[in-house]
Design a protein. Structure first.
Length: 221
């Protein structure tokens, strides 16, 4: 997308008085170096206190198992905790079935080679829901700076192409550059409820896409 401004023809034209406006885009594929995963312990019982106690015991067991894999307790936190009442409906009547307690722990993992082992170990120790596996990069700004350079280079190449098509001379230093802002797309691995006894889980980190965009104005004569 570009904007072409016709040069002035009334004798008052000056060098660099006309503009070519272009959008530049830069994209970088990056290997992730950190990950997070949500591990849920869901307990259903008739009695609330019994449900709370069981859920608390299983959650503690899960945390201990994660720590045994080398994950710091500082990297394990409660993402969500809910107590809900469960009901059945028979012939239009609401019948109380019991309580459902959901405790979701979020674990941050620096060693990507153990992602599958983390999931398997958590499931073996009481987790019955796994979700929101995300891969990220720690030094996001450094990668964004690289993508920004690519975006500016892309804008310049577009302006050169347009100027060549118009048979005009481009001043290759832009008179204005407006940053569009970063877009960083973490790789999201979708995982649903897990079943105890499942075979070793294979989770691939994939790549993260870092994008940058600019609006640039170039003078020509």
């Amino acid at each position: 997308m570009y904007h072409y401004q016709q040069p002035i023809r009334n004798g008052h034209s000056k060098i660099g008085g006309s503009l070519i406006k272009v959008n530049g885009e830069g994209e970088l594929a990056v290997q992730p170096d950190t990950a997070s995963v949500n591990l849920g312990v869901i307990t259903e019982k008739k009695e609330l206190i019994a449900a709370q106690q069981q859920n608390s015991q299983e959650s503690s067991k899960v945390i201990d198992s994660l720590v045994s894999l080398g994950i710091s307790k500082d990297h394990i936190q409660t993402f969500d905790y809910r107590i809900e009442s469960d009901y059945d409906y028979e012939q239009g009547k609401q019948i109380f079935r019991g309580y459902k307690i959901t405790h979701i722990l979020q674990a941050k993992i620096d060693d990507l080679s153990i992602i599958g082992k983390v999931v398997d170990t958590a499931v073996q120790n009481g987790v019955n829901s796994v979700s929101n596996v995300q891969f990220k990069v720690k030094n996001k700004d450094a990668y964004y700076q690289q993508a920004l350079k690519l975006a500016l280079s892309n804008a310049l190449q577009k302006a050169i192409t347009i100027a060549g098509s118009l048979n005009v001379t481009l001043i290759q230093t832009p008179s204005l550059v407006v940053e569009g802002g970063p877009t960083i797309q973490p790789y999201l691995y979708q995982a649903e409820a897990m079943v105890k006894g499942i075979a070793s889980t294979q989770i691939e980190p994939g790549q993260i896409i870092v994008k940058a965009s600019v609006l640039a104005e170039f003078h020509y004569f």
